[in-house]
Write a protein that binds this ligand. Structure first.
Ligand code: SF4
Length: 138
């Protein structure tokens, strides 16, 4: 953890010195929440949600992002087991029809499997690739 913090600090220093952007790829949402201004969440090789970090972490709109955030342990939370996302990430050469997350999504229905949902602006520059990103269960 100490080395991790030092590396993050070093990256921030280099970024400030050079005046550049950094594209940081990680599975560690804790680290991402520390350093990112914007977050793009990928599933099966495709961006499924992209927005300012505060929007993604505070109000995620894609079911995969919501499930990911739910798996992060929280200090003080009393849970016997951490929630897990059921199923497996599909093989890139054998994606399910339509939405690639449909085999694992609790909201999936026939409409989700009919076509790949486009990455669309759901308001305020918050892009989501889900036909139910507005909270509907149609
Ligand atoms: S399009 Fe359907 S299956 Fe895909 S994430 Fe949205 S609700 Fe789930």
């Amino acid at each position: 953890m100490t080395i991790q913090a030092q590396i993050i600090e070093l990256l921030a220093e280099i970024q400030a010195e050079m005046g550049m952007a950094i594209q940081f790829i990680s599975h560690n949402l804790g680290v991402v929440s520390e350093i990112a201004d914007d977050i793009a969440v990928m599933y099966a090789g495709r961006i499924v949600e992209h927005a300012p970090a505060a929007d993604i972490l505070g109000a995620p709109r894609h079911p995969y992002t919501r499930a990911l955030i739910a798996t992060v342990p929280r200090i003080g939370a009393r849970a016997r087991r951490l929630p897990a996302i059921g199923g497996q990430v599909p093989h890139p050469l054998a994606l399910p029809p339509g939405c690639a997350f449909s085999d694992r999504c609790p909201l999936a229905d026939a409409a989700c499997r009919a076509a790949e949902p486009p990455l669309a602006d759901t308001g305020g520059g918050h892009l989501v690739a889900c036909i139910k990103a507005d909270g509907s269960t149609r």
